[in-house]
Design a protein around this ligand. Structure first.
Ligand SMILES: [Zn+2]
Length: 151
């Protein structure tokens, strides 16, 4: 991620809204926002390959369900946050993935600018296209409507 470019862009926005970027309270704002973007858009440089690569053998093929995985994401139209809960269910077929890895996968997809509908479908697209589908049956993903959205 190009932090310098983000800092310059934020400075331009501050000037654009008629603020003085050299005002004491705003002096570090471009750097703060650049560091924040590295965090909230960290999913752009990651894939779910890693968290989904480790599986464990099981004898019981009862459905695995992890509910209420909290996610935070950013609307690509307004760069405003939205968040909600993800629920993931799948039939193991002899292999399961660690529960924390499912949450990690949701995080990888959530930490990108996007529309809410995209977040719902991206993990499904990923599990179809990646090698992971050979190691793990395609999960059935559902992501509930965000409880809060600001735009
Ligand atoms: Zn929006």
């Amino acid at each position: 991620m190009d932090k310098k470019k983000i800092q310059e862009g934020v400075k331009l926005i501050l000037e654009g809204i008629g603020e003085n970027p050299d005002r004491e309270g705003l002096l570090d704002t471009p750097d703060r926002i650049a560091r924040m973007y590295e965090e909230i858009f960290g999913g752009l440089t990651q894939t779910a390959e890693e968290p989904l690569s480790k599986t464990f053998h099981v004898k019981d093929n009862a459905m695995v369900l992890e509910k209420d995985i909290t996610f935070y994401s950013t609307c690509e139209h307004h760069f405003m946050p939205f968040y909600g809960k993800a629920h993931i269910a799948y039939i193991p077929d002899g292999k399961v993935v660690g529960l924390s890895k499912l949450a990690r996968t949701v995080e990888v997809y959530a930490k990108r600018p996007q529309i809410q509908e995209q977040l719902t479908f991206m993990p499904v697209v990923f599990s179809c296209r990646s090698n992971c589908v050979h190691r793990l049956p395609m999960p059935s993903w559902t992501i509930s409507l965000p409880r809060e959205r600001l735009c």
